[in-house]
Design a protein around this ligand. Structure first.
Ligand SMILES: [Zn+2]
Ligand SMILES: [Zn+2]
Length: 429
C-alpha cells in the first residue's frame, strides 16, 4: 500500500513534535540553558532520547505487504504524547487478527508494526500527565494493555462502551495511527513513518493510550499475562456483555484457538453448567477439557449442531460462540442455540465474507445473533487481572508456546499452520 498522504503529513509534523517533547523531558531545566546549550542539545537530542534504555533505538517487527516475511527493523525509540505512556514491552501475544493482516485478508495500511496483546514496564509518561495517572502507573510499574485502546472522550467512551470507541476505529483501525492522526513509529535508517496495528506491540517499546492500560500485579508473569489484552479480553466481552452468561447456562464454543479456549475458561468462571468445545483437532479438544469443557466435539467426525442439541436435552445451547470467522461455522453457531438463544460471533473473517441465516428460523425461534469485538478496557481489564491473580483464570495452561523475539515470523507461520494449541506469546527481553 506504500506511504499514503496521511503518513507524509505525519512525517512533516515530526520535527515540531520532537521540539515539544524535548522541552518536556527536561521540564524547566531546559529553559535555563543558554542558547548555545539548547542548540547543542538539539543537535544531540537523539542521544538524550530515552535515558533509561541505554540505547536510542529499538527493534520492532514490521509487516510490509501480504505474504511477505515479517522483518525486524530498527526504530527510533517512540515518544508518548499527552494521554499516552511509553512501555518497555515484555510480552506480546500471537493473534489471528495480526495474521489476517499479514495474509492480506483484512486490509491495513503498511508498512505497519504488528502486535496488540502486550505487557510491559512503564518508562515514560506523555507531557502534562496528571498526578492521578503518574501515581497509578509510576515509572517502573508493570502493566498490561488492551488491544482496543479507548480515547476516553468520544460518544461511546463517555457511555462506558470502550469497545466501540470512535477514535480507535477511525484512526487506529482505519489509518494505523493514534488519535492525533499520527504514528509514533519512525524507522532508524531513514526516518520514514510506520503504521501501528493497535500499539504496534511486537517491539521493544510501544506507546499506549493510558485508557488501555491496567496495573499488572507482581504476582503475575509478564509473558503469560500478555494474553489478557486480547484473547481473554475478547472472550470476556463476548461472555459478559454480549451473551450475558448466567450460572447454569449451557455454552458451546466453536473454534478452540486462543480466544475460543479463553471463552471456555470464562464460561466456567461464570458458572456455566455445560461447556461444549467444538474443533477439528483432537489435540485442541484434549486441551479444552483442561480449560473447562465438559464435552468436546470433533466436527470432522460428528455433526456439531446435532451433537450440541443432544448434549443440551434436545433444545440447543443457551449461548453459542463462533471464534473462527468462517461462513460454515457462522451458520453452525446459529443452528446450535435453543429457541430464544444467543449466537455470538467473535471470529474475524476475510474482508467481504458473508454468513447465511435461515430467516424464518431466526424470526419464529427468536434467535439472537450478535457480534462482539474485544471488551471494555477501563472496566473489564482490571477484572481480568483479578481473575488471573486469583487463579480463576488459569494463564499458565492457556499459553502453550513461547517464542523469542527473533522468531516472531516463525510464530505467525506456526499459527497459520494450526500448530499452536491455545495461545503463543513472544517474549521480548
Ligand atoms: Zn488479538
Ligand atoms: Zn473513544
Amino acid at each position: 500500500m506504500g506511504f499514503c498522504p496521511l503518513i507524509r503529513s505525519a512525517r512533516r509534523s515530526l520535527q515540531c513534535y520532537r521540539f515539544v517533547s524535548q522541552t518536556t523531558i527536561f521540564g524547566g531545566a531546559s529553559e535555563s540553558r543558554s542558547t548555545k546549550d539548547v542548540n547543542n542539545f538539539s543537535w544531540k537530542k537523539e542521544s538524550y532520547y530515552h535515558v533509561s534504555s541505554g540505547s536510542d533505538f529499538m527493534r520492532g517487527v514490521v509487516f510490509w505487504e501480504p505474504n511477505k516475511p515479517l522483518t525486524i527493523e530498527d526504530f527510533q525509540i517512540p515518544r508518548p504524547k499527552a494521554g499516552e505512556i511509553l512501555i518497555k514491552t515484555k510480552g506480546c501475544g500471537v493473534c489471528h487478527s495480526d495474521l489476517h493482516v499479514i495474509k492480506g485478508e483484512i486490509p491495513f495500511p503498511s508498512p505497519c508494526a504488528i502486535g496488540h496483546e502486550i505487557t510491559g514496564e512503564v518508562v515514560e509518561h506523555g507531557p502534562l500527565t496528571d498526578s492521578k495517572i503518574t501515581n497509578k502507573f509510576p515509572l517502573g510499574s508493570q502493566v498490561v494493555g488492551a488491544f482496543i485502546m479507548p480515547c476516553g472522550n468520544c460518544y461511546y467512551c463517555s457511555k462506558g462502551h470502550d469497545d466501540l470507541c470512535e477514535d480507535f476505529f477511525a484512526y487506529n483501525r482505519a489509518k494505523g495511527t493514534l488519535y492525533d492522526g499520527e504514528t509514533r513509529l519512525f524507522l532508524r535508517s531513514n526516518g520514514k513513518p510506520v503504521c501501528m496495528y493497535s500499539m504496534g506491540g511486537l517491539a521493544e517499546y510501544c506507546v499506549v493510550p493510558v485508557n488501555a492500560l491496567t496495573v499488572l500485579p507482581s504476582s503475575l508473569p509478564y509473558t503469560e499475562s500478555a494474553i489478557l489484552g486480547c484473547a481473554v479480553f475478547t472472550a470476556y466481552g463476548a461472555m459478559a456483555h454480549a451473551a450475558e452468561v448466567r450460572p447454569g447456562n449451557s455454552v458451546a464454543v466453536i473454534g478452540i484457538g486462543g480466544v475460543g479456549s479463553s471463552c471456555l475458561q470464562i464460561a466456567r468462571a461464570f458458572g456455566a453448567s455445560e461447556i461444549v468445545a467444538v474443533d477439528v483437532q483432537d489435540e485442541k479438544l484434549a486441551k479444552a477439557k483442561i480449560l473447562g469443557a465438559t464435552h468436546t466435539i470433533n466436527s470432522k467426525k460428528e455433526d456439531p449442531v446435532e451433537r450440541i442439541r443432544e448434549i443440551t436435552g434436545g433444545r440447543g445451547a443457551d449461548v453459542a460462540v463462533e471464534a473462527l470467522g468462517k461462513p460454515v461455522t457462522f451458520s453452525q453457531c446459529i443452528r446450535s442455540v435453543k429457541d430464544g438463544g444467543k449466537a455470538v460471533m467473535i471470529g474475524l473473517a476475510k474482508a467481504g465474507s458473508l454468513g447465511e441465516i435461515d430467516i424464518n428460523h431466526l424470526v419464529r425461534r427468536k434467535i439472537q445473533v450478535m457480534g462482539s469485538y474485544g471488551g471494555r478496557a477501563r472496566q473489564d481489564l482490571p477484572k481480568l487481572v483479578r481473575l488471573a491473580e486469583t487463579g480463576i483464570f488459569n494463564l499458565k495452561d492457556a499459553v502453550s508456546r513461547k517464542y523469542k523475539f527473533e522468531d516472531a515470523d516463525k510464530a505467525f507461520q506456526d499459527l497459520n499452520q494450526g500448530k499452536i494449541v491455545g495461545r503463543a506469546v513472544v517474549e521480548i527481553v
